[in-house]
Design a protein around this ligand. Structure first.
Ligand SMILES: C[S@@+](CC[C@H](N)C(=O)[O-])C[C@H]1O[C@@H](n2cnc3c(N)ncnc32)[C@H](O)[C@@H]1O
Ligand SMILES: CC(C)=CCC/C(C)=C/COP(=O)(O)OP(=O)(O)O
Ligand SMILES: [Mg+2]
Length: 295
């Protein structure tokens, strides 16, 4: 099947691609099917872009206004959402020159916020995969509401075994979704789907080999999300083994701390804020962007 056929097929609701799944993947599918945290839904309601990733950039204190103002809660939510969309903008800015005729792949697409932003930015087709049927239905519903469902589609599918043709994608990414899979398997699949010269980008949290081993904060984050955070070294090694050559490795840790410090003051806290703040501050955990060329 060509990427053109994939992107022009009628899409009644979330496609479901049966494939090899592990009991762990069943747990992850159930986790995201059941997820409805206000911090994600209320931020998404600001402008209809629903993200499941964190924010970067300086807080605009002027936009927050007076904390005693009755609008202050909504202003804080809008500011957190602005920082999360800014994160996706930075990721998309590393995808390279993407044309309208290109196809992009979002591995672990969540509710599809980054896919919508990618289509709005490049005018191209965007194929996302998630283990969660609820998320795929949500993402496809948003694409239909926006009238872009002929270009943006989420499929229920394992990112380690996708239906996309070999060499069909101009670029692909993982936005905070690589901590759910083995990195060798993941990069082998990206390498297969990407055309030679295509670009792969991830934004992820990783433990810092300079710290030694995963800190208690990293273990707490793993337990909170049922994920398995990899080390920075593991990313670089698995990329090298799978024809992905890093062009940029950017430490976004200082850029994400303001988001967390602001979030910790909001009514939408989930209890995981201190683990992120403490691990970013003690150097055991890093928020990084890696952009790599498929060679
Ligand atoms: C933290 S969310 C990130 C969502 C999205 N990338 C974003 O930035 O909003 C993690 C996502 O990874 C997906 N995921 C985890 N393991 C996966 C797998 N093996 N195959 C496909 N998706 C997976 C989950 O279903 C979920 O959508
Ligand atoms: C950087 C790391 C380690 C991320 C782990 C993956 C993850 C769960 C991301 C955020 O999802 P979310 O937006 O659903 O989480 P929350 O409800 O905390 O905002
Ligand atoms: Mg969130």
């Amino acid at each position: 099947m060509t990427s053109a056929e994939l992107t022009t097929a009628p899409i009644p609701s979330a496609l479901r691609i049966p494939g090899p799944t592990t009991p762990y993947q069943g747990d992850i599918a159930r986790y995201w099917d059941g997820e409805a945290r206000p911090v994600n839904l209320r931020l998404g309601d600001v402008d209809g872009l629903y993200h499941h990733h964190y924010g970067i950039g300086e807080v605009d204190t002027a936009a927050l206004g007076d904390p005693d103002d009755k609008e202050s809660e909504q202003k804080l939510i809008a500011e957190l959402h602005r920082l999360e969309s800014a994160q996706a903008d930075v990721l998309l800015g590393h995808l390279g020159d993407i044309g309208r005729g290109d196809t992009l792949v979002d591995a672990g697409c969540g509710r599809g916020g980054s896919m919508v932003m990618a289509h709005q930015r490049f005018g191209c087709a965007v194929e996302g995969v998630t283990l969660s049927a609820k998320q795929a239905d949500f993402a496809n519903g948003r694409a239909a509401e926006l009238g872009i469902d002929d270009h943006v589609r989420a499929t229920v599918c394992n990112m380690l075994s996708t239906p996309f043709a070999t060499g069909s994608a101009a670029a692909s990414w993982n936005n905070e979704s690589s901590m759910y899979v083995d990195l060798d398997d993941l990069f082998a699949e990206h390498s297969r789907v990407l055309k030679v010269g295509g670009r792969y980008v991830t934004i992820t949290g990783c433990w810092n080999p300079r710290y030694g081993q995963p800190s208690k904060w990293v273990s707490q984050i793993n337990a909170h999300f049922e994920c398995n955070i990899h080390s920075r070294r593991e990313y670089l090694r698995a990329m090298a083994d799978n024809r992905l050559v890093p062009q940029a490795v950017i430490d976004l840790t200082p850029d994400t701390l303001p988001y967390w410090e602001l979030r910790a003051t909001s009514s939408l806290v989930t209890g995981i804020e201190d683990a992120f703040i403490n691990s970013y501050r003690d150097g055991s955990f890093q928020y990084v962007l890696i952009a790599a060329d498929r060679v």
